[in-house]
Structures are given as structure tokens and as C-alpha cells.
Write a protein that binds this ligand. Sequence first.
Ligand SMILES: Cc1cc2nc3c(=O)[nH]c(=O)nc-3n(C[C@H](O)[C@H](O)[C@H](O)COP(=O)(O)OP(=O)(O)OC[C@H]3O[C@@H](n4cnc5c(N)ncnc54)[C@H](O)[C@@H]3O)c2cc1C
Length: 733
Amino acid sequence: MNAIAEENPPPSLATLPSDDLRQIMWRFDGRYELHMLVQAARAVARGPVARLVAAGTRNSHEWTPDKASLLPHFDQSGITAAFLDPEDGGFIAGPKNLALALIAFELSWVDAGAATSSLAGNLGLASIHERGTPEQRAKYAAGAAPLKPGENRKQVRAAFALTEPIPFVGVETGMLAGKVRVADWQEGREPLLQVDKRGRFITNMGFANVVTAAVESDDPRLKGSCMVILEEGDPGVWDRGTPTKKLVHQLSSTNDPVFNLKVPASRIVGGYTIQDGVILPNFSHSEIIEAVFRRTRVTVGLMTSAKLLSAIEPVILYHRRRFRGGQGAPGTPRYELGIQQKQDALHRLVDVWATGEASASLGFEAARLFDQLDPLEKEKDRILAAKKLTGRAAFKELTQAQTAALAFLDSKPAAPPGPLVQFVLLDSVAAVLCPACKLWNTGHGANMMREAVSLMGGYGLTEDCPGFLGQKWMDAQLEATYEGPEAVQRLQLSITMTNELFLAQFQQWIAQIKRIASERPGTGACALGTAMKLWLWTLRHVQTAADAAGAKLYHKTRQGVTFPLADALCWLLAARQFILDVIELETKGAQNPALAGGLPGTVAFFTDLCHVQAARAAGEAGRIAAEIVHGYNRHPAWDDPGCPACYGAEELTALEGIIPGMDASARAYSDVAEPGEKHPPKAGPCVKCVGLEPFLALRAKLDTCLTGCRLAKDRAAESLTKVMTREALDYPS
Ligand SMILES: Cc1cc2nc3c(=O)[nH]c(=O)nc-3n(C[C@H](O)[C@H](O)[C@H](O)COP(=O)(O)OP(=O)(O)OC[C@H]3O[C@@H](n4cnc5c(N)ncnc54)[C@H](O)[C@@H]3O)c2cc1C
């Protein structure tokens, strides 16, 4: 190392990321109410929640007094009221997606079952919050507020009952066995309904006293499906059912309940009208589910991100201390670094960390987006109502807004677009980001939690593992499953990601990432931008291409095409958002004196993590795209003489122009077989014939765009050997 380099060593990561830094990255630095909420949720997570997990409270299926003791903690800390509007006893005005996401993140840092208890209550109320009548909102939301001193009422604890015993509702939410009939309807009076619903795996059911249940009409006097509010104490059967013998999230309560209750028709969520003697619910059960899940799924995605990021410190602590007390003395690498002397262990932890960062970035971006979208959605509803537009007419109005939005993106006029155009622009992105973060954060996140567990050796598989990593690995699989498993998210993405308005914005993101690549090549944005282009090319290709038998490639029954493309997109979106968050940190962080000293080191480290993640994302997207683009063409027989144009001199010359590095040696390889080896297949779909040249060029370019990504990984790995940690975790384990 030369003298100048010694005097000016590159900045390196000093400590693990602080709250100040996270507030900037996840864009809530100016929101002090959220800083307080994070601290409050953290105190519950790392205090009572951690103590219960450490004491083995997870080792039972029943809802025990110990588990129930968490509810008052949620109430007193503000976790329960964070969901509520101020008029209902809450303390956050306006949209709360980011607030709820932060709570779930903090609780899941220790135990996602605790997070699920709080989330499921919100889920039960969310159907009423999103689509309920003003009276329903006033009654149930205000009822859920924690009791004030001197108040004497039963606090509403809610559950959400959609899933039914097999063979009914699961992934397929339309197959409802739950029924609603008119029990009694006297002239001029409100009808009475008979609700018959069995649930499977219903969270909070061990203690909930209000349930929103999805049911279908079994009576010609009531049309379609709806959600109905059930209360403990309604006449009939309120059977909480048996606890589910789950292997995960055991701090939450899950049961298979049975209800057969008589309720007034005013309990139909969102109300109803009566036409020609028939009750018409204002919202079907699927409309309500859609409104609810599109928000709450983001929160679930962030639960797994928290687990991954929470694994970093315990793994570092374990690795560093692994060989202490043996032959090595303090100051020797064996003593100080332990397993961190081994590159693979460091590299794998870098991968876990990069995944955690990218998934958190994606999830928090989605949460913020819904905070922006919520008021626009209300405005859209107001405009449509004022114009008296419903059904098809409303759809037509929004289609016109979509056309205007595309024109807006094209021409970028100085004036901001109108609310409907703003709505469709944001909505098209939200409809992608929500399933993307639910799918990728939890699905890939669960795989990466296994990596984290493996880095703890046998300890990882014990209840004593610091940070509860073994439980978190299994828990992650539930996050990938409930509120719709991965197949549901892929299905949704396969539709929303082809919305031209999303794709037009995606095209703009490619240009943005390419600009970033020239300004900050160390982020890996170059590889990411090329992979984004490749993904878009592949989508456009499969939308019109057919397979070897002439069958359409992009079709809803062809999940082998649509699902992997959805997966590939998620990788890209997460890597992109991580880069944007690190740029935000670099730009805004400099203005925060609390960060000044350590900022350059943290930014340098995160830039390397971005590079690692961008390279991995590009690799995944490239692999998936190649399998799809080539994989549906029939492979020629090995000794098939083939298409005369393929691999002929003319073809190779054409490829030389397209693929950098494709030169005479490639030509020689293609033409000459090894002695004893059969000649490589000459046949098959000639690349020129099927028009894949741009794809081949992008694929080749993608490889060269990976330049430097392993150097970045080496640097990030080295940082892990130097970063300062605490002596012990700040929660019991
Ligand atoms: C601990 C826990 C808590 C829960 N809490 C609640 C709750 O509070 N309220 C509630 O209503 N529900 C709850 N659930 C239910 C949960 O949401 C469902 O389990 C989930 O939606 C999947 O339904 P299923 O289990 O019936 O899976 P299935 O419908 O049987 O699907 C099984 C698998 O088959 C495949 N598959 C199914 N359909 C398709 C398709 N169309 N395309 C491709 N592949 C497909 C997928 O791989 C899928 O994962 C909870 C579940 C658990 C385990």
C-alpha cells in the first residue's frame, strides 16, 4: 500500500445502521410521531415479547394468559391505536400504511407472531375501515380504541374470517361455503340475516369479540356475496373452535371457528340497497378483500425483511467469538475473527444483508406509495360519485384517465396532472409493488433466512439461538403463505405488470437507472439497467410469441411463463429501490450532524451491497428470461443437419456484430468438434430467423455489466470483519 493510500484509507463501515440513518433511507426523518412509534414498538418487542419467546411461550398452540398479556402492552404503547383515526381514538391523522409497516417491522425484529396478533386485529377492522358505512366505522373503530382511565366498555378485538375448511376458500377466494340467508323480514323493518360460516386458520380467534366474515347468499332475496360483521353475543352459535396446531407464529392465536348467528342486515360491511324486494350489498366480499389486502400485504412483506436484518448482528457475534478460549490469544486473527476468517461465511452474510436491505427498501417504498395513494383514491371515489358514475361508466372514465396519463408521461407538461390521472399513475405502480414485496420479501426472504440459520451451525436449530433465527426461518414461510401465498401474488403480478401505464413508468425507470449507472457505477446500476431492459424485451417478446407447437406464450393458463417473469421483475424492483434509498442516504445524510462522521463509510458499504444485490438480481432476471425465450423452442436432434442458415458463416458474422467478444475463437469453437465428440447441433431455430438478436446482445451485455460485482462483495465482506457491534443483543434470547 502506498503512503497516500495509507493516509487516506477508503471510508469503511463503523457501526451497524442507526435509527437516524434508517429514517432517511425509509423517508420518515421529518415525522417525529413515527420516530416515537418506532421506539414504543421496539420497547414492546425487545421487552415483553422477547421475554416470552425466550421463556418458551411459543411452545403451545393454545392462547394462554402469558400470550394474552401482550395485548395490554400493545394498547399502552400506542400499537393498537396507531391503526385508528384521531376521531376514533387514534393519534395519526391521514394514511397510516408507513406507520403500520414500521410497527410490524419492529415487532418482527423479535417475533412475527406478536406482529401478527396486532396485524390481524387491523385486518378485521380494515374491511370496515376501507368499505364500512360511517356508522359501522364509528362503532367498531372507536370500539377498538384502548380504554381510557375510568372508561367501562368492552374493547373491540377483531378477526378476519375468509379461509374455510377444505374443500372451500383458500387461494381460490371465490369458492365460499359460508352462507347468508334472510331469517326474517317484516314489512318496513330491517331484515334479519342468518349467517352460517366456518373458518379455518383464523388469527385472533382465541380472543376476538368481533369477526368480519366472508359469505355468499343462499337466498333469492339477497344478491351475491358480502362480508358481514359478527359479534360475540349475537344470538346463535359462536364457537371459537380448536386451536390450530401451527409450527409458526405461536405467539398469535389461530383457531378454526364455527358461527351460526342471527344479525341485522345493517351488519353487511358497506351497507346495502333494496331493489325489487332484493337486498343488494354495496360491496361483494371480493371487492372488500381486494381493498384490504392490497394494503396489509405490504406490512407482511416487511415482517420478513426485519428478520433478515435482525440476523446480521447475532451472526457476526457468533462468528467472531467462535474460537475464543481455544489456542488463540487475544489479538490473533483466530481469536478476534473466529469464523470470520473464512470468506464463504462472510460472503453469505453479505448476501443475507443485501437481501434484507433490498426487501426493506421495496416494502417501505410500497407503504409510502399507499400513503400517497390513499387520499387520491378517496378523491377518485368522490369525483366518480359526483358524476354519478358506477360500474362500466366509472371504468370508462378511468380508462380515459389512463390514456391521458400515458400522454402525460409522453409529453411531460409543466402543469401537474389532474387527480384522476395522478390516481391511475400511482395506482398502476402500487398494483405491482404490493404483490411484488409480498412475494419476493417473504418467498426469497424465507430462503435467505435458511442461509442465516445455516451460518449459526447447530445453534441455528435450537431455541437458544441468539436472535431466535430458527423460529424466524420457519415463521417466514407463514408470511409467504397467509394473506395469499406466492401463487396469488404471482397471479396478480402477471396481470398488473402488463398494464401499459406501469410499463411506461418502468421504461422511465430504466432511463433513470442508466443515468445513475454513469454517475455511480459502484452501485451496480449498469447491470440492473441492462437487466431491466432485458426483462422488458422478454415480456414484449412473449406477449406475441408462440411456443414450438404454435401455442401462445403469455396466457393466464401458462404460469410457467407468467410466474417466472413476475419473479424476475421483483428482483429488479427490490434492487432498484435499494439503490434509490442509498442515494437518498448519501444526499440527505450529509445534512444530519448525527451521521456526519460515519456516513461516508456507511454509504460506501451500502453501495457495495447495492452492487452485490444488483448483480444477483440481474443474474436471476437473465437466467429466467433466457429459459423463457429459448426454452419454448424445440431442441434439434443432436445429429439433425438443421437449418442451413444456423451457425453458418453468415450467421456468425452477424453475431460478431451483435455480441461483444464473439470473435474468431467462438467461430472456431462452433465449427470444430473435439475428437470423438459429435458435432454440436447445427439445427434448431436460427437466431436470425426468430429475431432474437436484440435479446442475445442484451444477454451478452448483461454479463459484461457484472464487472466489479465480486470486488464489491469482497469489500463488503471485509467490512463485516471490522464493523463495531454491541457486546450482546439488546433483547433476551
Ligand atoms: C397461521 C395462519 C394464520 C392465518 N390467518 C388467517 C386469518 O386470519 N384469516 C383468514 O381468512 N385466513 C387465514 N389464514 C389462511 C391463509 O390465508 C391460507 O392458508 C392461504 O391463503 C392459502 O390457502 P390454503 O391454505 O387453502 O392453500 P390452497 O388453496 O390449498 O393452496 C395450496 C398451494 O397450492 C398452490 N395453488 C393453489 N391455487 C393455485 C393457483 N390458482 N395457481 C397456482 N398455484 C396454486 C399454491 O402453491 C398454494 O400455496 C391463516 C393461515 C395460517 C397458516
